[in-house]
Unconditional design. Structure first.
Length: 182
């Protein structure tokens, strides 16, 4: 059974990005789904001094193991001041000390959302570009603007045009997985 690893790149307990990542993962029926909470990977802020004194924290090793064991990675990015949320950047910084290619050449479905009209597009563009340098294969991307108006937990993406755009990206990912695992 193929394994999907999903998470919202945020530490908010009510993360809209975790909700979107969970929704996307749930579209992969027949797959083993693992939705992470980045609060389970809280570590001190990365510094070379802390690494020299204490080594790489166990949470970073656990995260790397989960990445390596997955067949697809789904991440929905929170945008903080035009870039990654600090919790995600710190997790990347620590995990990259285990190996620079933290995404382990895995296929990725990258998402973003926000309450605003751009839906976190700025961070999604950064993440998509950076993923390739860090060993990820970005298969598809989707940004959901105005989360509160366009998403409900019960129905998922409610705006017809956005639901169609999401489904198109989802089909690209599913087709890729089908071809890669025949």
């Amino acid at each position: 059974m193929l394994k999907v690893l999903a998470f919202g790149a945020s530490s908010s307990r009510q993360s809209i990005n975790k909700q979107l990542a969970t929704f996307a993962a749930e579209q992969f029926t027949g797959y083993e789904i693992n939705v992470l909470d980045l609060n389970d990977f809280e570590m001190p802020l990365y510094s070379i001094d802390k690494e020299r004194e204490n080594g790489v924290p166990a949470q970073a090793h656990t995260f790397q193991s989960l990445i390596s064991a997955s067949d697809l990675i789904i991440i929905s990015f929170a945008e903080h001041n035009g870039s990654y949320a600090a919790v995600f950047k710190n997790l990347m910084d620590w995990t990259s000390r285990i190996g620079q290619k933290i995404w382990a050449e895995k296929p990725m479905f990258l998402l973003s959302t926000s309450p605003g009209k751009r839906g976190g597009m700025g961070v999604l563009e950064i993440a998509a570009k950076k993923a390739g340098y860090m060993g990820g294969q970005v298969i598809a991307q989707f940004s959901l603007p105005s989360f509160m108006a366009n998403f409900t937990v019960e129905e998922g993406i409610v705006a017809p045009d956005l639901a169609t755009a999401f489904q198109e990206q989802l089909h690209i990912v599913k087709d890729y997985l089908t071809q890669a695992h025949q």
